[in-house]
Design a protein around this ligand. Structure first.
Ligand SMILES: NC(=O)c1ccc[n+]([C@@H]2O[C@H](COP(=O)([O-])OP(=O)(O)OC[C@H]3O[C@@H](n4cnc5c(N)ncnc54)[C@H](OP(=O)(O)O)[C@@H]3O)[C@@H](O)[C@H]2O)c1
Length: 330
């Protein structure tokens, strides 16, 4: 997979990145560690060398598994994007949400992006990732109490110290990005984006394009829904937050599958799976730098890595967009 420059930074990323949230198990009903390690290795071997993880994924587990999978791989042959600012270790920050660990114990998650906390988080992530630098360091969610300037100053210092190569943000609104840009350049804004979740097209995408940043779309398969494998009545096991998502009500599953049925002829023409067609369409949208796609095992990685092996014509992209335009949530 060809590498491309992320925003105006020196970081080179692949157009599809491995999303390492599900391999941590947390909020996805658990995960098999052996499958997880093999999935990361397969992604790397198929040229998907950019990996997006976060401190909070599996409460450190995801970062550890990424390190385990890539321990014999030269550090400059893969790119680590990780995140800070969600704290499960203390109640110092602003309460964000109640959750569970993989053993079913309750865990409260807080937003905290003070300078001290970020410095500590960075050291912890470097240890778990078994590396001495992070390619892209991103705030996970806006911290409503800490001034954005303080947060960005901390990252600027980490860049100066050589522990971080570039700064990114996640889930930032237009005004948050404008505020952050007063302190340092941002390579990217990582935000939810799929064929059936396109709210960012209004303001976040135009801002990114104007500022020379990239969009890193997350949950492009709408957490598995856009693979076509989920049908009404589907049950999730364990602590899997898809159970409570509006996208996974029977009516919305039905609507998503109707959209897939409509674009099926295009998938068939290219001998592509739905996952591949959806990822390809996403990669072709304005402002997109690297599509972050999660996978739990080698098979899913093989499928997703093939998403750019065919070219969609402009007409086909427009036809898919027209079908997606008709989708609305019940
Ligand atoms: N910054 C943020 O706040 C934020 C939020 C969410 C995600 N992210 C990042 O974005 C990445 C991607 O998003 P995501 O993981 O939420 O959702 P996603 O990429 O839309 O979906 C991933 C899930 O879909 C299923 N799947 C993937 N490929 C498949 C295939 N080829 N065939 C069948 N099923 C397949 C797997 O789950 P099952 O097998 O269990 O169905 C997998 O875990 C994350 O891993 C994370 O790095 C960031």
């Amino acid at each position: 997979m060809e590498l491309r420059k992320l925003g105006q930074s020196d970081i080179q990323v692949t157009p599809i990145a491995f999303g390492a949230w599900a391999i941590g198990g947390w909020m996805w009903g658990g995960a098999d560690e052996k499958d997880a390690v093999k999935a990361v290795q397969k992604a790397f071997n198929l040229g998907m060398t950019t990996i997006d993880t976060a401190a909070v994924y599996g409460f450190g587990k995801s970062e550890e598994l990424v390190a385990k999978a890539l321990k014999d791989t030269p550090r400059d042959s893969y790119q680590i994007l990780t995140k800070y600012g969600l704290d499960w270790t203390s109640d110092e920050g602003t309460f964000s949400f109640d959750s569970e660990d993989n053993d079913g114990n309750p865990v409260k998650v807080y937003r905290l992006a003070t300078k001290d906390r970020i410095k500590k988080e960075c050291e912890d992530s470097l240890k778990r990732l078994q590396t001495d630098y992070i390619d892209l360091y991103q705030i996970h969610w806006p911290d409503p109490k800490t001034p954005i300037t303080e947060t960005m100053e901390a990252v600027a210092e980490l860049i100066e110290e050589g522990k971080v190569r570039a700064a990114g943000v996640c889930n930032y609104k237009v005004e948050h990005v404008n505020e952050a840009l007063k302190t340092l350049p941002l390579a990217s804004n990582q935000v939810p984006y799929s064929m059936i979740n396109r709210g960012i097209e209004k303001d976040i995408v135009p801002q990114a394009v104007e500022k020379g940043m990239h969009i890193l779309p997350y949950s492009p398969l709408q957490r598995g829904l856009l693979t076509g494998k989920i049908t009404p009545g589907y049950t999730f096991s364990g602590y899997d937050t898809r159970k409570d998502s509006k996208y996974f009500t029977n009516e919305n599953i039905k609507r998503a599958n109707e959209l897939l049925a409509e674009i099926k002829p295009i998938a068939e023409k290219h001998d592509a799976t739905f996952a591949q067609l959806v990822i390809n369409w996403t990669a072709n949208q304005k402002g997109v730098g690297s599509v972050l796609v999660g996978a739990r095992n080698e098979q899913q990685v093989i499928d997703n890595a093939g998403a750019l092996d065919f070219t969609l014509s402009k007409d086909e992209i427009d036809q898919i967009t027209a079908s997606a335009n008709k989708f609305s949530l019940a």
